[in-house]
Design a binder for this molecule. Sequence first.
Ligand SMILES: Cc1cc2nc3c(=O)[nH]c(=O)nc-3n(C[C@H](O)[C@H](O)[C@H](O)COP(=O)(O)OP(=O)(O)OC[C@H]3O[C@@H](n4cnc5c(N)ncnc54)[C@H](O)[C@@H]3O)c2cc1C
Length: 496
Amino acid sequence: MGQKAVIVGAGVGGLSTAIHLAADGFEVSLYEANERVGGRANLLEFAGFRFDTGPSLLNYPWVFDGLFARAGTRLEDEINLLRIDPAIKFYWPDGETFQLSSDLNVLAEECRRLDSRDVAGLFNFLRDARHKYNLSFDRLVTRNADSPLAWFSAAGLRNLRKLGLFRSMDSQLGIHFHSERIRQAFGSYGMYLGGAPYDLPGIFSIIPFGELEHGLWLPEGGMYSLIQAMERTAKRLGVEIKTGAPVSSIVHSNGRVTGVTFDDGALDQAEIVVSNVDVPTTMTRLIGSDSLSDYRPPRMTPGVLTYYLAVDRELPTLNHHSVFLPANPRAAYDQLMKRGQIPTDLSFYVSVASNSDPTLARDGKSAVFLLAPVPLVSEASDIDWASTADNLQRSMFERMNQHGIEISESDVLESKYWSPVDWSDQFGLFDGSAFGAAHNLRQIGPFRARNMSNEINGLYFAGASTTPGTGVPMCVLSGKMVAERIADRAAKEAVA
Ligand SMILES: Cc1cc2nc3c(=O)[nH]c(=O)nc-3n(C[C@H](O)[C@H](O)[C@H](O)COP(=O)(O)OP(=O)(O)OC[C@H]3O[C@@H](n4cnc5c(N)ncnc54)[C@H](O)[C@@H]3O)c2cc1C
């Protein structure tokens, strides 16, 4: 039997870590507080409908190819992926739209419609972003780096300027696109990175590129089918998964981790503990920041108000994803991210996964997911979420009606909503932040929380708030990278 490792939390990062460590020969125990694995990528089932709670599409399938290959299986043997194209349509209040497709002829035509100069812009953008994307994933995102120097050297000093680290995402997009609408659409990806496109580094223009280049996919049965495949794979490799098992503390002594404890006082001893619980929650609740010097939580991405609606009609005009943008995105970002308020002119997105996989809803009906970015728990102490959820749902329906999408309160057979407080309570998300630590220049690469504790030997981190960052593929990579750290340490100890 190999060396023992305990993982706390079975989110995407925890499951990925478990698979990688088990494939490396470790004896792995994984403890999950909830009755079901998956963390934010969870499942709600009611009224004959099935909803993914968080992520609603899979991107960068090559990351999952790598994950399942490490476990001796294949992505296509584990889940059936449905290609979703066109996947996303953006709507503005004046009726303008912009639809994304990986079919370049279709996309070029759509760019031409908004500004004829942007056909050339599109191809320049794709060339530039492809270069950035390859550089990022080959040299930066997938590698552990211990210092800014190591990270910048890995990129190659002469490539630094080309990465767009030192200009904003919006200005990076502005190099290629004349249309303000196209900039706003691609820039809106910044919301889940925790910043306005005017503040985030330009390297993040690779996100819309990555989706166009590698496509967007829905696992048959919904995103939770991916989680189930990861759980199955981990178990097959011998990982012991215990659900309904909240860890109450990570114990350490003389600067070394010694195990984890549970509510009943039981201790599971281990010299390696990987926390997949949001890093600032781990630091403040599971370790106790007073035992660590100067811990300061990072700046977090906003909260979200999410709705799961069993709708009594088909919604054929909606794509899998629709993003409703405000007339003035800059003002909305400022309200949300700088003043901690719900934007007056709300930006939100709608996913009708049952339009892509009809098994997710009852016949002739729709499984509808709504997401509105909202302030963090600490910024929203005066918000009554029950009445706010009602009001915002009404305004989202009104906005959809303006665009000719017929939906009203009376169409909703049954529904649930989750506020930032619910997200925080259910999954330990720090301050109710939906996507974890933000991705401004001071919180990416070597400046982001490391996946290995500097102060407690044997303590590691995986998930959205550590490296490389947020999103399902990034959390899968996070599990791979932390397993590499642990294997490196084991190799060094074997030599010593
Ligand atoms: C609404 C929403 C929409 C999203 N959409 C997308 C998308 O379209 N595409 C995309 O790629 N990403 C998306 N994301 C982001 C993606 O879901 C996350 O980045 C990813 O799932 C986070 O995984 P994680 O590894 O950080 O673990 P988490 O999901 O944070 O899971 C941590 C786990 O630890 C458990 N835990 C907490 N405390 C304890 C304890 N004391 N003991 C034991 N267990 C504990 C929790 O219950 C949880 O299961 C979305 C997120 C949200 C919230």
